[in-house]
Design a protein around this ligand. Structure first.
Ligand code: SF4
Ligand code: SF4
Length: 487
């Protein structure tokens, strides 16, 4: 090899994707990226030495321009950076969702799992609850998040207290880092419950869909006072437990789509620093009511971009807020360490980093899988509560989900510039198409994330230094994302 060919570089992205307006993003095997014009892209592919030296240096530092004979060290570095992006999935299940009861005082039109239900069949048996608490410790994960979902778990506080005490006591000999979360409307919260939650360091996750008129429309109760009671619960929890003990999630309905600014403003006014502008899931009851509750990707994206603009505006005015979906995308794009958002993991986080112990006595790989079962399709059950964790994780269902979520197995993903940031969602594919391994490009999950990553790269391309700083802060979250809640 002569010196000229040794020093010559080749342009080697995993893919280049067009963003519009003569802008392109090139992503390297390490997950680094560079935004380029078409002329710069052509020059990089033809004779990279014709590019300005700072751009050549930038492309080299992002592993997009490689020496013709890349060293073994370079290949090892690329592999270790790719592994860091998948680390959370490989550590073992860390999020354990206990669905203690489907009882609920609301009748939300989009509810995926629940209606007001009394009596047997909608609440977990105590022996199943105890067995689920013990299975949690079979995970090898050093950090265990135990999240209570429903229905509304605080309609059966005795079950929450039983599980928290059991897990807490067992942990004396285990030494894991525990985090408890209760997803609730907070309508049942009182001083005694607050004191218990405070003693055990339990966080609360509630739902705020927007201003009172929107929240009460989306979340009807017999007294038409859902918003007032949830906000009263937030205030009580802040006073009695801790000012930062409550987070909130929202669901986007067709009624929400014209009001992203009002929704974001509501979060700012309630002092909620994280707002997650998330689309309505097409599982369960929401899927049955698709004609009434559904909306197109285009409408969601228009809503989302306006909402994100509003969150950025609040930050520019000095009010710190984070849009959680943007934080997830930015974490993928800007950080080598993955925050563990299960829907964008390969292999999938469902069943490997998340397990759901349902009131019906079965274990599911995700919240969405138990919602499918609630509407008559139990095919995503991993096994009974009480079976060994290793058996659940090696079940046929889990192996099928795992295989269908590998980007390396899908030609669509192998061609995709976002393959290191994203992955197919086999649970959604199962819900929509009856099988987990459909071509990703045909799924709403894939189409939505291609659009969202495109728009995030366009924002990064146009961002001023203040916005770049903000995006880097969002990309490095200090705590695990709250999972989607059923309450
Ligand atoms: S699911 Fe779609 S957006 Fe995600 S990596 Fe695969 S092809 Fe790309
Ligand atoms: S979405 Fe939550 S609050 Fe509404 S009915 Fe379902 S479980 Fe109850």
């Amino acid at each position: 090899m002569n010196a000229e060919s040794y020093y010559a570089s080749v342009f080697a992205p995993v893919a280049v994707r067009e963003l519009g307006d003569d802008r392109f993003v090139a992503v390297s095997r390490t997950g680094d990226h560079q935004l380029l014009s078409s002329a710069q892209w052509q020059a990089a592919e033809g004779d990279a030495s014709s590019l300005p030296l700072p751009l050549q240096a930038s492309l080299k530092s992002r592993f997009l321009l490689l020496a013709k004979a890349p060293s073994p060290g370079m290949r090892r570095l690329a592999r270790s950076l790719q592994a860091a992006k998948r680390e959370t999935v490989l550590a073992g299940p860390s999020l354990h969702i206990l669905v203690t009861t489907l009882q609920c005082g609301h009748s939300c039109g989009y509810c995926q799992v629940s209606r007001s239900r009394e009596g047997a069949g909608f609440t977990i048996e105590e022996r199943d609850l105890d067995a689920a608490c013990d299975t949690v410790f079979e995970s090898t994960s050093p950090t265990l998040t135990i999240e209570f979902q429903g229905g509304d778990p605080l309609l059966r506080p005795d079950l929450v207290e039983r599980a928290v005490r059991r897990i807490h006591d067992r942990n004396r000999g285990e030494g894991r880092h525990l985090r408890f979360v209760v997803a609730s409307t907070l309508h049942q919260l009182d001083a005694g419950l607050c004191d218990f939650l405070c003693d055990y360091g339990v966080f609360l996750s509630t739902s705020i869909d927007g201003p009172s008129w929107l929240h009460d429309r989306n979340r009807p109760t017999p007294g038409r006072d859902s918003y007032r009671r949830t906000v009263a619960g937030i205030r009580l929890a802040r006073e009695r437990i801790h000012p930062d003990c409550v987070s909130a999630l929202m669901t986007t309905t067709p009624h929400s789509l014209s009001h992203p600014e009002a929704i974001v403003d509501e979060y700012a006014e309630l002092g909620l620093h994280d707002v997650f502008l998330r689309p309505l899931s097409s599982y369960g009851f929401a899927k049955r009511n698709q004609a009434r509750l559904g909306y197109s990707l285009e409408r969601f994206e228009a809503f989302y971009q306006r909402g994100l603009d509003r969150v950025i505006e609040w930050n520019r005015r000095g009010v710190p807020m984070r849009e959680v979906y943007a934080g997830i995308l930015l974490n993928k794009i800007l950080s080598p360490f993955d925050s563990g958002f299960v829907d964008l993991q390969s292999p999938c986080g469902a069943g490997s980093s998340v397990l759901v112990y349902n009131h019906d006595g079965y274990v599911y790989p995700s919240d969405e899988a138990r919602m499918l079962a609630a509407t008559g399709d139990p095919s995503l059950r991993l096994g009974r509560i009480g079976e060994r964790l290793s058996d659940l994780l090696s079940s046929g269902v889990q192996r099928a989900l795992h295989a269908a979520s590998l980007t390396a197995e899908h030609p669509d993903c192998q061609r995709c510039a976002y393959q290191l940031f994203c992955a197919p969602n086999p649970v959604e594919a199962w819900a929509a198409h009856g099988r987990p391994d459909v071509a990703p490009a045909t799924t709403e999950h894939c189409q939505r994330h291609q659009r969202l990553f495109d728009s995030m790269f366009r924002r990064l391309d146009a961002a001023d230094p203040d916005l770049i700083d903000l995006f880097h802060r969002w990309a490095h979250p200090q705590h695990e994302e709250a999972s989607r809640c059923g309450a």
